[in-house]
Design a protein around this ligand. Structure first.
Ligand code: NAD
Ligand code: G6P
Ligand code: MN
Length: 441
């Protein structure tokens, strides 16, 4: 088997150790010759880099490992770039969440005004990252899960349509895993049909290996418990706020019991509930900084101090194995069926062609081949038309540096009650994002 060279962009991410451990677990399926971490925050990345150097030396000394902030060093001779950057880091995520809340509007990483603000920050860095990748390794594929994935994907469609970038989200994977627990099967035994935008979609079918439709059985469960399951084997989505989100799926599904909803629909269908249950002084960013970030960085420091990872290694992010599945699909032309964010072009038959939608695709060495999901009903179509227009306006606003289009994007978002509230939030966001956004006029 050919061995591959991988760079992780956002090397200082809280997800980096779990993903590296997962790749080490999967070397028989996806052999690696070289692994490099790349970040623009040298100090943050070095904490993880030092510890991972020890892990690699002890477990896979044959892999050439390094970490760097130099684009040329990071991207020369690379086959795959796994990208999970966060422009502005948690400090800016916290503001994305807290600024809208000051105006009585929900604050969320990828939804509503917070997601829009993050979108403008992310898209500039993501386009730059793609250009760096193509300069030093023109044949490299980028597997991107940097958020907000829908806005990043739309920016790629408009600004870098020929680039080898695949945008993917782990939420459908995590939720399908919960469905598999509900019906007592393994996630890979389920074949699903799904349509929507990123963080905005519905399962229309979930089948077992014999082709039996399991959706009614899962629906009955979700109507009662949401996606809360007894078996808590997840390494992600386990904090109290996530438990609330899994539970809330029971109210989302009540609005249309024909399909199984993505949990992110909570922000669009129950924004009032979300605001009521938010603490404007302590949002998800604070929960993550106190929890995941602290745990991961403390674990790294402990490994480095001990000079060994034996007895106190990082957790394996087993649910991130979809990243290996995706890399393998391209590397070995496996034709694996996976949900990706791709240009619609008829995959959802009665939806605009130029929308970036999330649908099942067959993935091979030329990339994704979307599978047609047919026509969708008015309720979902109406919601999606509105949301996709928001995402397109954000990308247009960025390209044209247009204040008006940003205001329109915020006004159109289902999470914002009026144009005046949208304007007040926008003006605060502009102030907070001065270092990251282009000047709008
Ligand atoms: P984090 O802040 O811990 O890590 C992000 C890292 O990116 C930081 O070390 C930061 O310095 C670095 N960075 C920022 N701008 C950069 C640039 N231009 N070039 C290189 N590095 C840069 O954040 P996290 O919570 O670990 O999440 C990382 C990203 O992954 C976020 O975008 C998050 O939304 C995304 N994510 C996506 C999914 C999905 O389903 N698509 C799932 C989980 C996380
Ligand atoms: C899910 C979503 C990601 C998102 C993450 C947030 O996995 O699919 O897109 O980034 O949740 O998790 P966090 O723990 O950082 O709030
Ligand atoms: Mn996601």
């Amino acid at each position: 088997m050919k061995k591959y060279s991988v760079v992780i962009a956002g090397g200082g991410s809280t997800y980096t150790p779990g993903i590296v451990m997962m790749m080490l677990e999967n070397l028989d399926r996806f052999p690696i010759r070289s692994l490099t971490l790349y970040d623009n925050d040298a100090e943050r990345q070095a904490i993880l880099g030092q510890a991972l150097a020890i892990v690699l030396k002890e477990n896979a000394p044959e892999i050439k490992f390094s970490y760097t902030t130099d684009p040329k060093e990071a991207f020369t001779d690379v086959d795959f770039c796994m990208a999970h950057i966060r422009t502005g880091k948690y400090k800016m995520r916290e503001l994305d969440e807290k600024i809208p809340l000051k105006h009585g509007v929900l604050g969320q990483e990828t939804c509503g005004p917070g997601g829009i603000a993050y979108g403008i920050r992310s898209m500039r860095d993501m386009i730059e990252l793609i250009d760096i990748m193509e300069k030093y390794s023109p044949n490299c594929w980028m597997l991107n899960y940097s958020n907000p994935a829908s806005i990043v994907a739309e920016a790629c469609r408009v600004l870098r349509p020929k680039s080898k970038v695949l945008n993917i989200c782990d939420m459908p994977i995590g939720t399908t895993r919960r469905m598999s627990q509900i019906v007592g099967l393994q996630p890979k035994q389920l074949t699903v049909r799904y349509f929507g935008l990123n963080h905005f979609g519905w399962w229309t079918s979930v089948k077992d290996p014999d082709g039996k439709e399991l959706l009614p059985q899962i629906r009955d469960y979700v109507m009662e418990h949401g996606y809360l399951t007894q078996i808590e084997i997840d390494t992600q989505h386990t904090d109290p706020s996530w438990q609330d989100t899994h539970r809330k799926a029971k109210d989302i599904i009540a609005v249309d019991p024909n399909y199984l909803p993505n949990t992110y629909l909570k922000y669009y269908l129950f924004p009032d509930y979300v605001v009521e249950h938010s603490n404007p002084e302590f949002t998800r960013a604070n929960e993550v900084m106190k929890g995941r970030e602290k745990n991961v960085f403390n674990a790294a420091k402990a490994i480095t101090a001990a000079g060994t990872a034996k007895g106190q290694s990082f957790h394996i992010d087993s649910h991130a194995s979809f990243i290996v599945d995706l890399a393998r699909a391209i590397a070995y032309n496996t034709g694996e069926r996976m949900l990706l964010i791709v240009e619609n072009n008829g995959a959802i038959a009665n939806f605009r062609d130029d929308a970036m939608v999330e649908v099942p695709c067959l993935v091979g060495s030329d990339g994704p081949e979307p599978l047609c999901q047919g026509k969708i009903p008015n309720f979902q179509k109406g919601l999606m038309e509105e949301q996709v227009a928001v995402e397109k306006l954000v990308v247009e606003a960025y390209i044209e540096k247009s204040y008006l289009k940003m205001w329109q994007a915020l006004t159109l978002s289902k999470t914002v009650p009026s144009a005046s509230v949208a304007k007040a939030i926008l003006d605060d966001l502009i102030e907070a994002n001065k270092a990251y956004w282009p000047e709008l006029h």
